[in-house]
Design a protein around this ligand. Structure first.
Ligand code: DOR
Ligand code: ZN
Length: 433
């Protein structure tokens, strides 16, 4: 691949710049440049395809270090590339957890050499994710942490969360929150209600999520430091975030594709492969999350890619771990269920994977503005295909979407000018085939 080339004739969708039109995108030395500034560069014909800023996933579990039988930095970033993501934000609930600079620096250095997409690493709010003692926000920021979270759980003490927000504010680090009051969710394995009762399993009530969202809104207002609510899944959480935003309280929210495209009924069909935390909710919650996405309350779609081994998932709905993989299914599933179905227009849809995440973490990615890193995703918006989970690059297979008919496919992923995934003969991948 030349250091200069032009993607020519595609439908360019760049929500940050209000662009949704056919035009050329030029790349020089890993940077987006004005199309008329690279005379003589290679021209790659992408007519009939959509060109978007590289997609950003705010929520992935790469399991490295400590659980590399589920995923590692190489397989996880390959799955990301195949899914159209040029940048992933990795959660810190690894083994050991990312609660000190040494673990963080090790991940960032290995991601830099072995990863095929950008890995931004979060660190924990509490030492060991034990919820008792805060980590050193300033030291973690200096070591390269992008944000703080205890994802997988959250600080149960409001007082500790207050101190955490003050420390994060002083260090200038964003705080992102998995909202769950464990005194209410107890040991529920799915959403509480009639479906859980009919399956004979313990449920967790939606108010366990609502309570922490409400608490964190109060704390965000008190400290003046923002909280980004991860994977919100209830009507109450959406209403609370909408209200807080209308009052000018600095909170943002993401939703996961599974909470938009599935309901608790899937637990009966898919068992452990429909078990995640927060759990799939009622249709009324799903509809409220969809409305939150439409009206902008929820600015980002994030997969919560959570690989687990078949052995562990064999524990079923009762005993298996929470989580499903999402990186390679997200775009086809969401294009089908959220764009082609009429929920979101094209620019609004792409914004949830680009400008939304960019704004939450103040990232330099997610636009095709000249001067920005040349992170680009190429989509065939109308290609019909059937998801085959066995072909995924992820090391894990815990996914309820196998065999789903989809419309829309990722066909190319470019990171800093370098193609890392391509199904196009005219664009040769230097990453995965
Ligand atoms: O479903 C989930 N899986 N939710 C979480 O909060 C954690 C995650 C995991 O680490 O597997
Ligand atoms: Zn979580």
């Amino acid at each position: 691949m030349q250091s200069s080339y032009i993607l020519s004739g595609g439908l360019v969708i760049d929500p940050a710049n209000g662009v949704e039109t056919q035009r050329d995108v030029a790349i020089h030395a890993g940077t987006i440049v004005p199309a008329d500034s690279v005379a003589g560069a290679d021209v790659i014909d992408v007519n009939g395809l959509a060109i978007t800023p590289g997609l950003i996933d705010l929520h992935v579990h790469l399991r490295d270090p400590g659980q590399t039988h589920k995923e590692d930095l190489v397989t996880g970033t390959r799955a990301a590339a195949a899914g159209g993501f040029t940048c992933v934000v990795a959660m810190p609930n690894t083994s050991p957890p990312v609660d000190c600079p040494a673990v963080l620096e090790d991940i960032l250095s290995r991601a830099g050499t072995g990863g095929v997409v950008r890995v931004l690493q979060t660190a924990t709010l509490s030492v060991g994710r034990a919820g008792a003692q805060l980590t050193d926000a300033g030291g973690l920021k200096a070591a390269g942490a992008i944000a703080l979270t205890d994802d997988g759980s959250c600080l149960q003490s409001a007082g500790l969360m207050l101190s955490a927000l003050e420390a994060a504010r002083d260090a200038g680090l964003p705080v992102i929150e998995h909202c769950e009051d464990e005194s209410v969710s107890r040991r529920g394995v799915m959403n509480a209600g009639a479906t859980a009762a009919s399956l004979g399993v313990a449920g967790q009530p939606h108010i366990s999520e609502d309570l922490i969202v409400a608490r964190d809104i109060v704390l965000a207002q008190a400290t003046g430091w923002g909280v980004h609510m991860q994977h919100i899944s209830t009507a109450g959480a959406v209403d609370l975030v909408r209200w807080a935003q209308s009052c000018g309280i600095p909170v943002t929210a993401e939703a996961a594709p599974h909470h938009l495209c599935l309901t608790e009924l899937a637990c009966a069909d898919f068992g452990a492969d429909a078990k995640m935390n927060p759990p799939l909710r009622r249709a009324a919650d799903r509809d409220a999350v969809v409305r939150g996405l439409q009206d902008g309350t929820i600015c980002a779609l994030a997969t919560d890619h959570a690989p687990h081994s078949a052995d562990e998932k064999a524990g079923g709905l009762r005993g298996g771990p929470f989580g499903i993989i999402g990186l390679e299914a997200a775009l086809p599933i969401c294009l089908t269920e959220l764009h082609h179905s009429g929920v979101l227009g094209l620019s609004d849809f792409i914004a949830k994977f680009t400008v939304g995440p960019r704004a939450v973490l103040k990232l330099p990615y997610g636009t095709l503005s000249p001067g920005c890193p040349a992170d680009v995703t190429i989509l065939d918006l109308d290609r019909e295909h059937v998801l085959d989970v066995s072909s995924f690059h992820s090391r894990s297979r815990n996914c309820p979407y196998d065999g789903r008919r989809c419309r829309g496919k990722v066909v190319g992923t470019i990171v800093e000018g370098k193609p890392v995934f391509s199904e196009l003969p005219q664009l040769v991948s230097e990453g995965i085939a």
